[in-house]
Ligand binder design. Structure first.
Ligand code: HEC
Ligand code: HEC
Length: 197
């Protein structure tokens, strides 16, 4: 009884990475384009950032991070791991080398340092922020598709000023269905999406 319930709860919490990928990255082109080549994680970060610049209202900031992770970790669109030169360590520790070279100290376990871990987590946006972004992009999807296609929304609004002015203008159109609360939520979202952090 409990297991299906838990599953339902976890499913409603956030769209799966797959759904996110299909709705965001495959909005303008097919997977043939996105999956044509492998890239390093740093290169994927750049590609996704450049795609986000084309449509910041479609690909929210936190979503870009989740999409990079999906491309790298789930789809594994990365170069095959290069074989590490582990042989070097073996040679240094062999009796022949030990006579001339001092023993090699293992490097400090930097990953275990509390500072490193704190850094990694503090630069990551919170789950709460991801949920807000998800909520706001869904709201835009619902409210802004009433009178025209979303492609107008996604491809024309690429600066904060233009987005805010357009939001106000659209809200005032007769029968827009965009409440003051909707507009405030969308505006709050827009203000977090364009600063150059
Ligand atoms: C708003 C439309 C749009 C969205 C959304 C979009 N793309 Fe693109 N993408 C393009 C266009 C247009 C091109 C053609 C090349 C260019 O303009 O950069 C392209 C090209 C690409 C390329 C080829 C780049 C190259 O240099 O060969 C890759 C890879 C790619 N997109 C991946 C993605 C991924 C991953 C996402 C999701 C994070 C995404 N795209 C979302 C419009 C989009
Ligand atoms: C009540 C109908 C309606 C709703 C709802 C609506 N729009 Fe529009 N939108 C229009 C009409 C009509 C036009 C074309 C005339 C114009 O630009 O005023 C338009 C044009 C636009 C344009 C093109 C403007 C330009 O300068 O080229 C953008 C961008 C846009 N809408 C974004 C949005 C966004 C974002 C939302 C949701 C917050 C939204 N629209 C909701 C009716 C609507």
């Amino acid at each position: 009884m409990l297991a299906p319930l838990l599953l339902m709860v976890s499913m409603s919490a956030a769209p799966s990475a797959r759904v996110l990928y299909e709705t965001k990255c495959l909005y303008c082109h097919s997977a043939v384009v996105t999956e044509a080549a492998v890239r390093t994680p740093a290169q994927w970060k750049k590609v996704v950032a450049s795609m986000r610049r084309k449509a910041p209202l479609l690909i929210a900031r936190g979503e870009a991070r989740q999409l990079v992770s999906y491309l790298v970790t789930t789809l594994k669109l990365v170069p095959p791991p290069s074989s590490k030169p582990r042989a070097a360590t073996v040679v240094l520790n062999s009796p022949a080398v030990r006579e001339t070279a001092p023993p090699v100290e293992p490097p400090a376990d930097s990953e275990g340092l509390p500072g490193a871990a704190d850094d990694a987590t503090s630069t990551e946006p919170s789950d709460e922020n991801d949920r807000f972004e998800g909520h706001a992009t869904e709201l835009i999807e619902r409210r802004c598709s009433k009178c025209h296609t979303l492609s107008r929304v996604y491809t024309k609004l690429d600066t904060l000023d233009r987005s805010l002015v357009t939001l106000r203008r659209m809200r005032l159109k007769p029968g827009s269905g965009i409440s003051a609360t909707d507009a405030a939520t969308i505006e709050r979202f827009l203000r977090t999406q364009f600063d150059t952090r």
